[in-house]
Design a protein around this ligand. Structure first.
Ligand code: NDP
Length: 525
């Protein structure tokens, strides 16, 4: 069989960067079997031991941080500062954080019982086994590494399928684990396209964490259903930004600009839709356009100072064009950008774009855009802003801008989103302490945070008799066991009454009736 390869090119220059061999779908089951074997030994290690391995990895990343930034930057065309700030630093922090935190979150927990007080319950957590991660190209380091950190500290082995757009970052990730001396098979990187990802889902892994587009997410879930493999889906976003009339205007302009244009707008949680109070819309739009036009586009190489990098996929540019044409045809106005920008042969760039007079039925407002385009809509009230913000199939993140924190919180609490940030935006993927994930068609399940960590383990509830007695405290065996009898029925009827009765007097009477029924049943026995 001819060995297939994936070639990698720099989207900012078109330059050939290197290639990797594809892991053919037929081989995936074999790799999963090796990973399962490794998971058994890894899962038996203590948190301290696994934490030490993570610390070793962290030190390798810190040492090689500039090289990592360079690889991310050349394969995605993003400025190196974005690679360092949004990808490498958060991962280094996550490794530091989970090393200490995981043991606290995953230690056994007592569950207080309010009814059967002669019994005791507690929860323990144990690793899932093998976790499959399918990652996108837009944050090819931070997204998989953040999830891997949690899965690993929880005691699982990992199979990572990076996007075929960023195979060299995937190769680099594999080399970091190797240098950090992780045991063979605990972390494997599978190279390939959608067919390799599909093979991974069907290969008997214990969980799939998928980050990517909604339509692929649907397919992933359907495939996972075949084998009843649990999935976490981190899908797209169309994040609204609500700017109240009392907002700090300059702050809002800079926030919108960074939220919308960083990573060249190829951010699931980037600002996309702006709902601004009509009173302050004019100066806001004027300043936003001025600042957007001043952003520096270009190849993020050493000798350039660049704010906005390249567009990774050619087809994204076609999508921007068609969404903008649809919006213009329906009365929207493009105030800046709106076109491809290329000073470099073969590079793919799109000029930062601001569109006004948008309406809710335009494709630019309804569909995911994944590019440096901000759609601005003027609103007459906070109610209108909230309604418009929630009128979307997607619900990843949102932001609210106001000088009045209580007002901003009240608005935030009405937004249908996984995360709402006040007077800032987009950045909370870097806060490992907080949950990350969407609502509606932005997906389900959480990564990061204590809640996210618990998605990488099985939950085991253990129940026993208080004092450790073998028999039931009352008369040796549980009163709901065989044999059944009319007396037993009456007991449960009395119990149901007692559970559903309120007030001291009524409750006391119901209790007495229950004790009577219990006593009778015991005599019959
Ligand atoms: P895709 O959905 O195209 O791909 C995501 C991953 O799935 C890639 O590794 C891809 O492989 C793989 N894949 C493709 N087809 C299949 C298949 N049939 N079975 C299994 N795996 C498959 O997304 P993009 O990579 O284009 O990423 C952009 C999308 O990701 C955007 O919609 C964005 O909003 C979303 N995203 C969501 C985030 C979140 O946290 N909620 C964060 C970042 C991005 P290959 O690339 O090799 O084809």
């Amino acid at each position: 069989m001819i060995e297939r390869t994936i070639k990698s090119h720099n989207p900012a220059t078109g330059e050939y960067l290197g290639e990797v061999h594809v892991d053919e779908p037929e081989r995936v089951k074999e790799i999963v079997a090796l990973s399962r074997k490794a998971a058994r030994e890894w899962g038996r290690r203590t948190f301290l031991e696994r934490g030490d391995s993570l610390l070793g990895l962290q030190q390798v990343i810190v040492r090689r941080a500039d090289e990592i930034a360079e690889v991310i930057s050349s394969e995605t065309g993003k400025p190196r500062i974005e690679a360092m700030a949004a990808e490498i630093a958060p991962v280094v922090y996550a490794l530091r954080y989970w090393r200490k935190r995981a043991a606290k979150v995953l230690k056994p927990k007592t569950i207080p019982l309010r009814f059967l007080v002669y019994k005791k319950s507690y929860l323990t957590f144990y690793p899932l086994g093998v976790v499959g991660l399918i990652a996108p190209w837009n944050y090819p380091f931070a997204i998989p590494m953040g999830d891997m950190t949690m899965a690993l500290i929880a005691g699982n082995s990992i199979l990572l399928k990076p996007s075929e757009q960023t195979p060299l970052v995937g190769k680099l990730i594999a080399s970091l684990f190797k240098e950090a001396d992780f045991p063979e098979g605990v972390v494997s990187v599978l190279f390939g396209g959608g067919d390799t990802g599909a093979a991974l889902i069907g290969a008997g892994v214990d969980k799939i964490v998928f980050t990517g587009g909604g339509s692929t997410g649907r397919r992933v879930m359907a495939m996972a259903a075949e084998t009843l493999t649990p999935v976490t889906l981190e899908l797209g976003g169309k994040d609204p930004m609500i700017i109240c009339e009392d907002a700090d205007l300059e702050l809002a302009v800079e926030g919108a600009l960074w939220g919308g244009m960083s990573n060249a707008g190829q951010t699931c949680a980037g600002v996309k839709r702006i709902y601004i109070a009509r009173k302050i819309a004019e100066p806001f739009i004027e300043a936003l356009v001025k600042r957007a036009e001043r952003l520096r586009l270009g190849v993020p190489a050493d000798d350039h100072v660049v704010d906005v990098g390249a567009i990774v996929l050619e087809r994204q540019i076609d999508l921007y064009r068609s969404q903008l044409a649809d919006a213009e045809a329906q009365g929207a106005k493009i105030l800046c950008g709106g076109r491809e920008w290329s000073a470099y042969h073969k590079g793919r760039f799109f000029a930062p774009t601001v569109v006004v007079h948008v309406q809710g039925n335009m494709r630019l407002v309804r569909e995911e855009t994944f590019g440096p385009i901000l759609a601005v809509d003027e609103v007459d009230s906070v109610e209108e802003a909230i309604d418009k913000a929630n009128d979307s199939e997607l619900g990843l993140c949102a932001s609210v801008w106001s000088r009045d924190i209580n007002r901003a919180k009240r608005i935030a609490e009405r937004l249908e989103a996984g995360t709402v940030v006040i007077n800032d935006c987009t950045f909370t993927h870097a806060l490992v302490e907080t949950p990350w994930g969407g609502v509606k068609k932005s997906g389900f399940g959480r990564v990061h945070s204590d809640e996210g960590l618990k998605e990488f383990v099985n939950w085991r509830h253990i129940n026993y008799n208080r004092g450790g007695r073998a028999g039931n405290t009352l008369w040796g065996r549980a009163f709901w066991w065989f044999p059944y009898s009319p007396a037993k029925y009456r007991l449960f009827r009395a119990l149901t009454d007692w559970l559903g009765t309120y007030g001291w007097w009524s409750r006391g009477r119901a209790f007495l009736a229950m004790v009577k029924a219990f006593w009778k049943m015991k005599r019959i026995h």
